[in-house]
Design a protein around this ligand. Structure first.
Ligand SMILES: [Zn+2]
Length: 249
């Protein structure tokens, strides 16, 4: 029903830039030029034990946030490409993965949405973004492949509003590697290394759970690559305390 409403609104009001509301394309040239093109080293605080190095293009705010939400919640599919471009820059900027050498094959592993969420939204936003990123990276000569290895194992409650500890407990064993995609990966007959791909890094608990599931079946995880990372809202230290140590690559 919401999809029908969105389509009707677009038809009546025409398309506007999600960043600045200028009429025309969903992301105008000016806003597109403002998108970050870098990989920042980010780290949740507190950080889940053993979490692989995490990288993101920037803070989950302003244009990045608007883009992620419009793509995810409003099915603005045309935004998968610019978001994929941002993710591609992140993956390309991860030290050790930036070369165009043939080995190992980089598996971009999107964190899956829950099936009910995919049904509700009518698409799997992270899969769409990851595919767009992989297409761009392949054109740049990077040996990458999207691997839909992860699936949700347990029905899981809404993660929003949970504390760090509650979120970690809720997530433990929530992801598993699907046998079919795992066999397909084995048949590649190549050394592989995984990059867990997600849209927003918050506590790192989801990324850590994805990493655990992959490592449990012997797939090494080199890094976590995200479009954006959140800043923690902490009443004690003000509205913009930094949960992440961020540093330019
Ligand atoms: Zn704009």
């Amino acid at each position: 029903m919401v999809a029908v409403l969105d389509a009707w609104l677009d038809l009546v009001h025409g398309s506007r830039c999600v960043g600045c509301s200028a009429p025309g394309r969903l992301l105008c040239r000016r806003c597109a030029s403002l998108l970050p093109r870098a990989a920042l080293s980010v780290r949740p605080t507190p950080c889940p034990d053993g979490l692989a190095p995490c990288w993101a293009a920037g803070e989950y705010a302003d244009l990045l946030r608007v883009l992620v939400l419009a793509h995810k919640e409003r099915r603005a599919f045309a935004l998968a490409r610019p978001l994929g471009h941002v993710l591609a820059q992140v993956v390309h900027g991860i030290p050790g993965l930036d070369g165009a050498g043939s080995q190992p094959l980089r598996l971009l592993v999107p964190v899956p949405s829950r099936p009910a969420v995919v049904r509700g939204r009518g698409h799997d936003p992270m899969l769409r973004i990851t595919r767009a990123a992989a297409t761009e990276l392949r054109h740049a000569g990077c040996p990458v492949r999207v691997a839909r290895l992860l699936r949700q194992r347990l029905p899981m409650g809404d993660q929003s509003g949970l504390s760090h500890a509650e979120r970690a407990a809720n997530l433990h064993d929530s992801l598993a590697v699907a046998p079919g995609p795992l066999r397909a990966t084995a048949r590649l007959g190549r050394d592989v290394v995984a990059v867990v791909c997600d849209d927003v890094l918050t506590t790192g608990a989801t990324a850590r759970e994805a990493q655990r599931a992959l490592e449990d079946v012997g797939i090494p995880v080199a890094a976590v690559g995200c479009v954006a990372a959140t800043r923690k809202r902490n009443a004690r230290s003000g509205p913009s305390s930094l949960p992440f140590s961020t540093q330019a690559d």
